[in-house]
Ligand binder design. Structure first.
Ligand code: NAI
Ligand code: MG
Length: 327
């Protein structure tokens, strides 16, 4: 049996890094069948729609979705697709790479971001021209679901701690509820340490002492911001993968966008996309292959065989070949 993978390369470097990820997946001999769909700026120009219906349907039917990046249409493409697929958990790991110059060298954090509510409901109300009220939505159902997801994630991977990030001193009702539910859920996981941080303090600790964190769980906007911060701790966008998980679908994508400044030059770092594919293999139960690919990628980086963003001299294709050689 082969897993059916919906592949959406999208715009700009999305196309370039997707090609690399598919090559690496093929080289790993994973039992995958790829079905390509289109979305993004170019499709909007050509067909008048950024996210065609067959792309949505194909993604729903697939066992998993691999997404590259969209450009100006990102909100209409990827934000919509995450919603259509009902992916409520956004997983963003940040783990140090040997050979990459950074502030810290032993970071191993996984940020789990609630993916469905908060200000991303985009309920912006114009009261008068000068006063806009944004609704920040928090429901018990979504908080409980994401907290459970975080503890299950930690349990399955033998991780020791889960930290809730919140602002319950100001948002007494919404984040107050989140904090209460978090500790209720934590009671079912006696072997995992549960702790909580104010988002401001968590930001400082992430910069000064990120080693204190393991799994972190938080609402949508805090997760958006802190996951980029965490990504900066280990080498930045070229290295940051992510997974969007729901009960029926899963979508894997690099954190970066279409990078118009380097698109077409063949120098995009394929690592974030390849590591997203690694997360997909793990999700599909292909742990051994996932580990092999990640190891090959980390070895290449350690040896300095990288694209220019990490100080190397290789093109996207050359870095991909080095990874495949080490598989
Ligand atoms: P970006 O992530 O595309 O680029 C930011 C900077 O990081 C650029 O200097 C770029 O060259 C560099 N960079 C990103 N990925 C890289 C890689 N793999 N290798 C080497 N360098 C890399 O974000 P930006 O510039 O804010 O947005 C550009 C376009 O992408 C916009 O149209 C935006 O809407 C879209 N976008 C799409 C996203 C998505 O599809 N998920 C996410 C973020 C932005
Ligand atoms: Mg972001």
């Amino acid at each position: 049996m082969k897993y059916r993978i919906a592949v959406i390369p999208g715009d700009g470097i999305g196309k370039e890094v997707m090609e690399s990820a598919i090559e690496v997946l093929r080289a790993s001999d994973a039992p995958l069948e790829f079905i390509e769909y289109e979305a993004g700026d170019e499709v909007l120009k050509r067909r008048g729609v950024a996210l065609p219906e067959e792309t949505i349907e194909g993604s729903k039917e697939a066992d998993a979705v691999l997404f590259g990046s969209a450009g100006e249409t990102a909100a209409d493409v990827i934000v919509r697709l995450r919603r259509e697929l009902k992916t409520y958990a956004n997983i963003r790991p940040a783990k140090s790479f040997e050979g990459v110059k950074c502030l810290h060298h032993d970071v191993d954090i996984v940020i789990i971001r609630e993916n469905t509510e908060d200000v991303y409901k985009r309920l912006e109300n114009e009261i008068t021209e000068d006063i806009i009220v944004d609704l920040r939505v928090t429901t018990k159902e979504a908080v409980e679901r994401i907290c459970r997801f975080a503890f299950e994630y930690a349990k399955e991977r033998g991780r020791k701690k889960v930290a809730l990030v919140h602002k319950a001193n100001v948002l007494k009702k919404s984040d107050g509820m989140a904090k209460r539910i978090f500790y209720e859920v934590a009671r079912n996981y006696k072997n995992i340490v549960a702790e909580d941080y104010y988002v401001d303090a968590a930001s400082m600790f992430l910069v000064m002492n990120p080693q204190r964190f393991d799994v972190m769980v938080m609402s949508n906007m805090f997760g958006d911001i802190l996951s980029d911060l965490a990504s900066g701790l280990v080498g930045g966008l070229g290295l940051s993968p992510s997974a969007n998980i729901g009960d029926e679908s899963a979508l894997f994508e690099p954190v970066h966008g279409s990078a118009p400044d380097i698109a077409g030059k063949g120098i995009a770092n394929p690592s974030a996309m390849i590591l997203s594919a690694v997360m997909m293999l793990e999700y599909l139960g292909e742990k051994e292959r996932a580990e092999r690919i990640e190891k090959a990628l980390r070895e290449s980086i350690k040896e300095g065989l990288t694209t220019p963003d990490l100080g190397g001299k290789l093109k996207t294709k050359e870095m991909t070949e080095e990874i495949i050689k080490r598989l």
